[in-house]
Write a protein that binds this ligand. Structure first.
Ligand code: UFG
Length: 322
């Protein structure tokens, strides 16, 4: 297939580009480089420095490369920032997706893979979280993605030849095996890279956000999925799509680790002391988020390879230190 990857210079998008190329697809990348890194995109992949709001230019790219399907990763991802700047999130994440979908409609591209998030569940009513668990996002980030999920359903209703798959990510971590690409957010806010920076001495310590949660050790529990497993699901998803599909899948490994367990595992993997400060809760953090991903495994044949947290942390450590 000829696939346009938006956000292909970002963390998850760049891993998807590699995986798609490896599986024989022809890839074109679009990224506004607000957070992405041009060097994360292989030189032989056509690259467009374009913003999602530029519907006309996207239309031109879709036509020029005879695109059959779009994988849409480009988005802003910081929950805290979304609370401060809701319009920025709705403009980028919701209106940006609409602009892209409009360009697709003009050209007749009817296959779409969308990066959604566990944040669409808000404070989940049940764990593990199923795809049918009620979605009630508690911040603009989660809502900006949830709106797109609903828009996609309306598009399929209007056009039965359209087909989409939505992946709701849990906590994505790790890096590609050869250490050539990995997580490089600026600023970084995610637990695993920050813990590794503390182990490397790149920062003085790591603050644990809250020790009084109703969990066995008092810290938050999350489901960490390796980025390569995550993008493998995307390839399976895009290849499975047919007319009228409206598919939704959780992507996690179905096992939660607490912040303290991450610290212990990182200590083991790195062999370093990790100076730790125990602080107060971060606003908007649910106590436990972990997925039931049986649906992706059954329907797509997804079989995550990196289910051991030490292995996931080791691959991130390799990327940060090689
Ligand atoms: N945490 C700390 N200290 C830190 C950073 C994080 O204790 O310095 C804790 C958080 O409180 C949370 C856990 O580590 O309990 C994981 O936090 P991350 O910031 O790494 O990830 P989040 O769970 O907040 O969010 C991630 C993605 C979101 C997505 C969510 C879904 O960034 O986009 O997973 O599970 F919505």
């Amino acid at each position: 297939m000829n696939i346009l990857v938006t956000g292909g210079a970002g963390y998850i998008g760049s891993h998807a580009v590699r995986k798609l190329c490896e599986t024989g697809h022809s890839v074109v990348v679009l990224d506004n480089l607000s957070y992405g890194h041009r060097e994360a995109v292989p030189n032989n992949v056509p690259f467009y420095h374009v913003d999602l709001k530029d519907t006309d230019q996207i239309e031109t790219i879709l036509r020029k490369h005879h695109i059959n399907a779009v994988m849409h990763f480009a988005a802003l991802i910081s929950v805290g920032e979304s609370v401060q700047k809701p319009l920025l999130y709705y403009r980028n994440n919701t209106a940006g997706a609409m602009s892209l979908l409009e360009a697709m409609e003009r050209v007749g591209v009817r296959r779409f893979v969308f990066s959604s998030t566990a944040a669409t569940y808000g404070e989940p009513e049940e764990t593990p979280i199923l795809e049918t668990t009620r979605q009630q996002p508690i911040n603009p980030y989660g809502r900006s993605k949830w709106f797109v999920e609903q828009i996609l359903q309306d598009i399929v209703t209007a056009d039965p030849k359209f087909g989409f798959v939505v992946f709701r990510y849990f906590n994505v971590a790790g890096a590609t095996e050869d250490g050539s690409i990995g997580e490089n957010h600026q600023p970084e806010t995610h637990l695993i890279p920050l813990v590794l920076f503390a182990a490397m001495g790149k920062r003085n310590n790591i603050t644990v956000f809250g020790t009084d949660y109703p969990t066995p050790d008092g810290t938050c529990i999350r489901d960490y999925v390796h980025v390569n497993d995550l993008v493998t699901a995307h390839v399976l998803g895009i290849e499975a799509l047919s007319d009228g599909d409206a598919r939704f899948y959780n992507l996690g490994i179905g096992h939660g680790y607490s912040v303290r367990e991450i610290l212990d595992a990182a200590k083991k993997v790195t062999g370093k002391e990790i100076p730790t400060v125990f602080g107060s809760r971060r606003e908007g953090d649910p106590a436990r988020l972990f997925a039931n991903s049986d649906k992706a495994q059954k329907e797509l044949g997804w079989n995550p390879q990196h289910t051991n947290i030490e292995e996931i942390i080791a691959s991130a450590w390799h990327w940060h230190t090689h």
